[in-house]
Design a protein around this ligand. Structure first.
Ligand code: ATP
Ligand code: MG
Length: 258
C-alpha cells in the first residue's frame, strides 16, 4: 500500500486507488479495470465525491426491488471484488442471494482468484460461470453464467456493469440494478435502477436501506419501485454535472486545504 497521509486532501480517493492496484497484483482485477476505474474517478469528481439525492432515491428503489425479487443474484466483476468484497458478501447474506463471478476478459485463473477472494471474505455461495447456461443477445465471455444463478435470476445486482450485458439481461426480461457513477453510460441508461454514485459509498448505504425496508409490506415495496423513474434520476444527475456545482465544491475544498 502506498504511504498516503490521512491529511492528504485526496486521501480517500488514493486509498480506493490502492485497493484497485492491489486487486490487479492479486490477479483479481484486470489491467483494463484500472482504466474503467479512472473513468469512474473522473465522474466521481463531477458529482462532488458525495452521495447525492438522485443516488439516495435510486438506493431506496434498488433496496425495494431487491427485497421483492424471488431469485436475486449478485454479479461480481474484478473491480467490485477488489473495492467492496465485504459489502458484496454482506449484501448477499442480507438478501439470501448468491454471488456469481462474471468477468468480461476471459481468464479461468482470474475467475478462480476472485472466487477464493470472496470466500476468504466469508461469502457463503460463490457461483462460477458455466458452459451449460448461456445468456442470449451477447457474444462476450460474460454470456457464460450459472444455471442456478444469473441464468435463473429475476433481479440481478451488477455494480460497474458493461453496457452489452446489461442490455442482454434486460432483453431476457430480468431487472438490473446497477451502480455506475457515469449517468451517460449505456449501462446507466438500460438498467432498471441506476445508482449514480461511487460503489464504495453506495454499497454500505444500500445494505442499510435493505435493513430499514426489510419489514415493509410487499405492497409498500411495490409502490416505492413504481414511483421511481430511472430516466428522471439520470436526468437530474446529468443536470447536476452540467451545472458544475459539485465540481466547484470539490475545487473549493482542495484549494482551502492547500
Ligand atoms: P458502457 O459499456 O455501459 O457504455 P463503459 O464502456 O464506459 O460503459 P465499462 O468499462 O463497461 O464502461 O464499465 C465501467 C463503468 O463503471 C463506467 O461507466 C465507469 O464510469 C463506472 N465506474 C468505474 N469505477 C466506478 C466506481 N468505483 N463506482 C461506480 N462506478 C464506477
Ligand atoms: Mg462497456
Amino acid at each position: 500500500m502506498s504511504d498516503v497521509p490521512e491529511s492528504h486532501p485526496r486521501y480517500l480517493s488514493l486509498k480506493i486507488r490502492d485497493a484497485i492496484v492491489k486487486g490487479v497484483e492479486q490477479g483479481i482485477t484486470s489491467m483494463h479495470g484500472l482504466i474503467a476505474h479512472g473513468r469512474g474517478e473522473a465522474f466521481d469528481y463531477l458529482i462532488g465525491e458525495e452521495t447525492q439525492s438522485f443516488a439516495r432515491a435510486a438506493i431506496r428503489a434498488a433496496a425495494a426491488m431487491l427485497l421483492l425479487a424471488e431469485h436475486p443474484v449478485i454479479s461480481v466483476n474484478g473491480n467490485a471484488a477488489a473495492l467492496v468484497p465485504d459489502e458484496l458478501v454482506e449484501l448477499g447474506k442480507s438478501l439470501n442471494a448468491p454471488l456469481e463471478v462474471n468477468i468480461f476478459h476471459a481468464s479461468k485463473e482470474r475467475e478462480q482468484a476472485m472466487q477464493r477472494h470472496l470466500l476468504e471474505h466469508s461469502a457463503l455461495v460463490v457461483l462460477m460461470p458455466t458452459k451449460q447456461a448461456q445468456l442470449s443477445f451477447i457474444d462476450s465471455n460474460r454470456k457464460f453464467v450459472h444455471p442456478e444463478g444469473i441464468f435463473k435470476a429475476d433481479v440481478v445486482f451488477v455494480p460497474l456493469e458493461d453496457g452489452d450485458r446489461c442490455e442482454a439481461l434486460r432483453k431476457m426480461g430480468k431487472d438490473v440494478v446497477t451502480v455506475d457513477v457515469n449517468p451517460m453510460s449505456r449501462t446507466a441508461k438500460r438498467a432498471s435502477v441506476t445508482i449514480v454514485d461511487n460503489v464504495v459509498r453506495a454499497l454500505p448505504l444500500l445494505i442499510q436501506e435493505i435493513q430499514t425496508l426489510k419489514r415493509t409490506s410487499p405492497t409498500a415495496l411495490k409502490k416505492i419501485v413504481s414511483e421511481y423513474d430511472n430516466g428522471e434520476a439520470l436526468q437530474v444527475a446529468l443536470q447536476c454535472i452540467r451545472g458544475g456545482n459539485f465540481a466547484k465544491k470539490i475545487m473549493e475544498k482542495l484549494w482551502s486545504t492547500q
